[in-house]
Ligand binder design. Sequence first.
Ligand code: HAM
Length: 428
Amino acid sequence: MSNSSPQPQTRPKTRKETLQRPKGTQDIFGADIERWEYVESLCRLQFQNSGYQEIRTPAFEATELFERGVGEATDIVNKEMYTFEKGERRLSLRPEGTAGVVRAFVEQGMSRWPKPVKLYYMGPMFRYERPQAGRQRQFHQVGLELFGLDTPAADAEVILMAMRLFEKLGLPNLSLEINNIGTTECRENFKAGLRTVVQPYLAELCEDCQTRYNTNPLRMLDCKKETCKAVYARPDVKSFLETDFTSPESQAHFAEVIRSLEALKIPYRRNSYLVRGLDYYTKTVFEITSTNLGAQNAVCGGGRYNRLVEDLGGPETPAVGWALGMERLMSLVGELPKRELDYYIVTDQHPVAFELAERLRGQDYKTEVDLSGKGFGKQLERAAKLGARQTLIIGEAEAQKGELQLKHMQSGEQKTLLLQDFLSTLSS
Ligand code: HAM
């Protein structure tokens, strides 16, 4: 026997374990992916029509970017990041999109572009959270960011973009909650005041809030525990929260944002407890919630972040934006128009059929060619199963004569046409 040290005992993985997707992740496919693609294309269209351009940034970045950007004292960075080391570098899967977009804005010199710079993005984000309904470890965001303007109109535009998108999708029971958290300086005064008013009740707070009291007191207001909520609802704390600590300039900015929402007939609720879970915000912050969502009720969150570009090494550049959670959004979206199959080509003459299919697809007809090599009866059965509106039949005889048979699936009506005539009716 060799006297080498014993091998570490690793539990052998069962076949079932290795083959399952990780907890808190999803496969999106079938009827769901059709719905997702429909919503994504609606978002793209609306963003592009409003002058926003897509940006695709890496799914992982230097950990330091999120520490400096989102904030070291936030739960997202502190507890929820997937961080790993490669070589000398500490890297993290992105827990949100804004920090990466700002990094790219600085690195790619977009501050020299004409202002405002309007960007949008879509993609997976990663947070190590306890999975539950509406909360995944890999989830998808669609977001937009507007750089270079500190005007109330810029805030109003980005909020309007979200509200109109949700209206188009018919989302039920939405509520826009909005708050003004002022500049970094206003917030320092607010934090100090909050500590003073909460101090007598410190022992009643949960362990997390006791830590937040020292590290990031604003985050206390976001606590979901009933005992903590009761403390923050005490009359003295409440009246402190309702006092506006923000600068006259922030207040005037916010009042103008509110005036725009009113002019646009967008209902809103001022929520002085709304502080958001990320450190970069200044002035306007907002969330769009739905009572149909359960505990994780925010479908979209965002706000202004006037210091982040500078904090990440760029020139002073105000910015505002939001991100929506696709999984939560999709759980709210009802029936969507389904794209029908326009043509199914029943054939044993594939070169002719492929050429015809390309012509049809070129004119935006959804077209499939049967590839099975089975008899025409079976192929027609498949066309019916797929719900094709019309079937085009091209056998050897049709191919030789430059013809096809067109069968209307619902009426069963069938006629023979010259291929050329069929194509010319399409383009007319
Ligand atoms: P956030 O509020 O952390 O903001 O996330 C935005 C949205 O992403 C949430 O409202 C929610 O719908 C969705 N979401 C967040 N975490 C999860 C999760 N674990 N599972 C499912 N959905 C989730 C941000 O990320 C900011 N970057 C938004 C922003 C853009 N602010 C300015 N610009």
